[in-house]
Design a protein around this ligand. Structure first.
Ligand SMILES: Cc1ncc(C[n+]2csc(CCOP(=O)(O)OP(=O)(O)O)c2C)c(N)n1
Ligand SMILES: CC(=O)[C@@H](O)[C@H](O)COP(=O)(O)O
Ligand SMILES: [Mg+2]
Length: 617
């Protein structure tokens, strides 16, 4: 029996437009089944996608991509859009090497109007596109689809402020499900619930009905539309929501699982030809019981069993868990320690800290810039803030680190998770630029542990023995448990001393270098724990070797290997030097072990390189 009789007939937005009402309902349930089936095999952002099946279908029935542009915020909810725009046959490659991306990608399809992965950018991009359309005398629409979580990010407000007074065809669709990755936080989340729960917000507008009834209608073709747009017009006349105060026509709240209601709201928005805000209520995880009950777990899920909902692999203790538990223990004995997250409590391992020290735990929403300045403010009052953040998302807060923390040498600790290649999320999420951007800021100390014990010891040093901004960076995943540190607190350690050849590395790939050298006995090893600043006496020691190979899992621009070469040349070192890192550029989705293999940063690759350098010449 054909499992997806309706879905099989859909290969383009036009096919969705051609479906009748009965088939449309069936289409949405087939899409959900299809998503569960495929994501259970590849992993992916299931719950967010299940929530926007009707919303996406309605958008494609009302608008015409790529003539109209849909800009997905974060982009983790774009799977139905990919299905509708001709990519369903590639779903078994979702997030796989060379496969379909889990995020919108303009070079994957003309229907993907703008890149995404990081949050809160959609309104800026959509507003710009709407202005570009206007300048080119095109009346096409730009539609930003943004979640309530993404709406906690400052860029959304910057864009609202900029766009609200325009006359452009910009539509903002708020996907309101009361969830970020976990429950959404902050005053804006409360405000949205208030709009939904207290009809008082909208009651005022009902009094306008009579007024509206007396407005003459301009021509028959518009009549139907204007009647349908009553709510919208009421909102134009009686500003009462924040969005209206910002210059948008407000439509909503709309039931996000009622296709007819959605289509009606989007049609009204389209016809208004001005900035419109459509407030849509959805249920994250809709239609798959496990995900509906526990949207947090199914936000980003690895492979799982569809029947039981259980993931394939048992969880091991990740660096994130080790970090979170240790910080909680430090905070048990020190009431100055505070933990900060930008909407990543679970991912960064801060759940135990939050449970135990709620008054010193701050989830600031998806607001990395604010998080760093907030940390600096706490530090200015003698607290010890630890901001746990993924390397990729900290990119946003470069100036806050420099301007608000580093200049005054405020003691802010950055616990940088997902440092290094992350794998399936691809270019937007790789954590391979942090070493470069952090070491370009004067006075920032950077630690890079390889083991659980080193993570704890270096976090301790960052908290208690380091001045100014102190960063501890560690990758996604677990301690590889190949190399064991004798002194986890050391800034650096020489191993297998002897000879004129020195191989240097740090972080997760040091395990591989260690294993390669155990097997090949190539020369001396240097393990760096503190990457920046490199102590003068260490440079002298390194300079005593004639040939140096430096392995690191960061982009080459601004890498420690580059810094070291400069320092060596400054003291007149004339030996042979080879830096092996990730090439300058962006790194597509892939499996981390395969990617490390490709760049010769795994054990075998390192052995090849060390042989090339030291055996075969
Ligand atoms: C700058 C940035 N910080 C953090 C994240 C991680 N992140 C991805 S999705 C998400 C929650 C988004 O919530 P919402 O926009 O409401 O979408 P939902 O998952 O509820 O559909 C977060 C915090 C990110 N993508 N970008
Ligand atoms: C979409 C997004 O930015 C996050 O959901 C991210 O994919 C989480 O990554 P982890 O799975 O490593 O926590
Ligand atoms: Mg949400």
């Amino acid at each position: 029996m054909n499992r997806y009789p309706i879905l099989d007939r859909v290969n383009s937005p036009q096919d969705v437009k051609n479906l009748n009402r009965r088939d449309l309902k069936e289409f949405c349930s087939e899409v959900r089944e299809f998503l569960v089936e495929h994501v259970s095999k590849t992993g992916g952002h299931l719950a967010s996608n299940l929530g926007v099946v009707e919303l996406t279908t309605a958008l494609h029935r009302v608008f015409d991509t790529p003539w109209d542009s849909i800009i997905w915020d974060v982009g983790h909810q774009c799977y139905t859009h990919k299905i509708i725009t001709g990519r369903k046959d590639r779903f078994d490659t979702l997030r796989q090497p060379e496969g379909l991306s889990g995020f919108p990608k303009p070079d994957e399809s003309p229907h993907d109007a703008f890149v995404a992965g990081h949050s809160s950018t959609s309104i800026s991009a959509a507003y710009a596109i709407s202005r570009a359309n206007q300048m080119s005398q095109s009346n096409s629409h730009a539609i930003a689809v943004i979640g309530d979580g993404a709406f906690t990010g400052g860029m959304a407000y910057e864009a609202l402020n900029n766009a609200g007074r325009s006359r452009s065809n910009l539509i903002i669709v708020l996907n309101h499900n009361a969830m970020s990755i976990g429950r959404n936080v902050g005053a804006f989340a409360r405000y949205l619930s208030a709009i939904r729960l207290q009809p008082g917000y909208l009651r005022l507008k009902d009094h306008t009905e009579t007024v509206l009834d007396h407005i003459p209608l301009v021509g028959k073709p518009v009549k139907r539309v204007v009647q349908g747009s009553k709510t919208a017009l009421k909102n134009v006349l009686y500003h009462s929501t924040f969005f209206e105060e910002m210059g948008f026509t407000y439509i909503g709240p709309v039931d996000g699982h009622d296709l007819k209601a959605l289509e009606k709201a989007f049609t009204q928005a389209k016809l208004l030809q001005r900035p419109v805000f459509v407030h849509v209520e959805t249920t994250k995880g809709k239609g798959y019981e496990f995900a509906e009950k526990n949207p947090l777990v199914y936000h980003g899920i690895s492979k799982f069993d569809v029947e039981t909902g259980n993931p394939d692999l048992p969880e091991e203790d990740s660096f994130s868990v080790v970090f979170g538990n240790y910080l909680t223990r430090l905070a048990d004995c020190d009431d100055k320690i505070c933990a900060i997250t930008a909407a990543m409590k679970q991912g960064t391992g801060l759940t135990p800290f939050c449970s135990k020290h709620r008054n010193r735990f701050f989830d600031v929403g998806i607001a990395e810039q604010h998080a760093v300045t907030f940390a600096a403010g706490l530090a200015s009052k003698g607290y010890v803030p630890v901001f746990a953040v993924y390397a990729t998302f900290l990119q946003r807060a470069y100036d806050q680190i420099l301007h608000d923390a580093a200049i005054e040498r405020l003691h802010v600790v950055l616990a940088i998770d997902r440092a290094g290649l992350v794998g399936d999320d691809g270019e937007t999420h790789q954590g391979v630029y942090d070493v470069s951007y952090l070491t370009s800021i004067p006075g920032v100390t950077v630690y890079s542990p390889s083991t659980n014990e080193e993570l704890e010891a270096q976090l301790y040093k960052a908290v208690y023995e380091t001045k100014g901004v102190a960063a501890v960076r560690y990758p996604r995943g677990c301690d590889k448990k190949v190399y064991r540190a004798e002194d986890p607190k050391a800034d650096y350690v020489f191993l297998a001393e002897g000879g004129q050849n020195l191989a240097v590395s740090y972080g997760r790939i040091f395990h591989d270098l260690y294993a390669a050298n155990e097997e090949g006995r190539f020369g001396a090893l240097l393990k760096l724990n503190k990457l920046n600043p490199l102590p003068d006496e260490l440079i002298e020691k390194i300079a005593s070797y004639e040939s140096i190979v430096f392995f690191e899992e960061v982009e080459q621009n601004g890498s420690i290997g580059e810094h070291l070469l400069l320092l060596l040349s400054q003291i007149g070192w004339k030996g042979r030097y080879r830096a092996v890192s990730l090439p300058n550029g962006f790194f597509k989705q892939g499996k981390v072990p395969q990617m490390l293999r490709e760049y010769r940063l795994d054990k075998d690759g390192m052995m090849e390189i060390l042989r090339e350098e030291w055996e075969n010449r």
